[in-house]
Design a protein around this ligand. Structure first.
Ligand code: SAM
Length: 347
């Protein structure tokens, strides 16, 4: 009864999946999975009060994940709240592509004994590959060589969704997560610590601005897989109340055309990737042509592809770093005053 009433309240407030969210909140209050709600005892008086308060906050368009304190992402439950971007289901596609790419690299396939091989979401809680040696965070080639697996970098890591999914599902990979916001970094470090406690290989967290031309300078030419879900919404776009009031501005908006972070990331990624290394970058659904065009124009990428989400919208672009010597795109040659007009594919 309480759930039906809550669903009506949420629907009237403009919440799209009102019934599902009313059930999820009830399950949260009862401490049971949503699928077991029908079997759970009814809400006590105290629980009813708590439920009513949560429903009122959701009706005021606070994100569901802020109310429950967690967001599901692939096989993970991530802690989220004020100050960090709530990971979205569509980004699971980019993360999955990254997992597949990491597993394809030499030394990247998990052995049958490793949890990353298993299909089930419960996988990933047993012992993992050796963590990197202390101090191996940036540019420690010896540590990288000793570990053998692919090097994966997640730029604009937020809660750590992509980085931690790769660490769980491609356990042979060394994963580096980069984030600039102090508030987001706190959530990222908390989630990373939780995953280590659960048995995953540690992710290396780096506090940095991904638009810095010197980003991760110690990893130049060594990255196998580079993933990025940057802020990409054009400034003038109206976003739902949950996003406008609760996702950090710097996590959502990418300047006037939405490409302020994407442009420098594509340029720096071409330097960080090893020849044959791959890049995957999520973008606004209006950028299904422009991001592949930027990749093609750079000149250092090949095999540029656009990927759609389950709703058929353009969602992320991928490309491979060329192996051969290539002309750097016109913009780069100009920026460098022509000094770097040509760059070898091997570094
Ligand atoms: C769309 S969110 C993606 C978060 C996470 N990767 C995910 O998929 O859920 C973008 C993230 O990029 C961070 N960010 C924005 N500009 C940045 C910059 N210049 N350098 C580093 N991080 C940045 C934001 O703080 C935010 O956490």
């Amino acid at each position: 009864m309480a759930v039906a009433r809550a669903a009506r309240t949420l629907a009237a407030a403009g919440v799209e999946a009102a019934r599902a969210e009313a059930e999820l909140l009830a399950a949260h209050v009862l401490g049971v999975p949503r699928g077991r709600l029908a079997l759970a005892a009814g809400l006590t008086a105290g629980q009813l009060d708590r439920y009513a308060a949560l429903v009122a906050r959701r009706a005021a368009r606070e994100p569901l994940q802020h109310l429950t304190g967690s967001a599901g992402f692939r096989h993970l439950e991530l802690a989220v709240g004020p100050g960090v971007f709530v990971p979205r289901p569509e980004t699971e596609l980019l993360a999955g592509w990254g997992v597949d790419q990491a597993r394809l690299r030499p030394g990247g396939a998990p052995s049958p004994a490793e949890p990353g091989c298993a299909e089930s979401p419960a996988a990933g809680t047993a012992a993992r590959a050796e963590p990197p040696a202390a101090g191996a965070a940036e540019g420690d080639a010896a540590a990288e060589a000793a570990l053998g697996g692919p090097l994966v970098v997640d730029l604009c890591s937020g809660s750590g969704a992509i980085a931690l999914a790769v660490a769980q599902e491609a356990p042979a990979a060394r994963v580096v997560a980069v984030e600039r916001s102090p508030a987001a970094l706190a959530w990222l470090r908390r989630n990373a610590a939780d995953r280590v406690a659960a048995g995953d290989r540690p992710v290396e967290v780096v506090a940095a601005d991904v638009t810095d031309p010197e980003l991760l300078s110690g990893l130049t030419g060594r990255v196998d897989v580079l993933l990025c879900n940057p802020p990409y919404v054009p400034r003038a776009v109206l976003v739902p109340p949950e996003v406008a009031a609760h996702d950090p501005d710097e996590a959502v908006f990418g300047g006037a055309d939405g490409l302020d972070v994407i442009r420098p990331v594509l340029a720096r990624a071409a330097e960080l990737l090893r020849p044959g290394g791959v890049l995957g970058v999520e973008h606004d659904d209006t950028h299904g042509a422009v991001v592949p065009a930027l990749l093609a124009a750079d000149g250092r990428y090949e095999a540029v592809e656009e990927h759609r989400d389950l709703a058929g919208r353009p969602r992320f672009a991928t490309a491979r770093r060329r192996r051969e010597a290539v002309p750097v795109g016109p913009g780069h040659a100009e920026e460098a005053g022509g000094a770097r007009a040509w760059q070898t594919g091997s570094s």
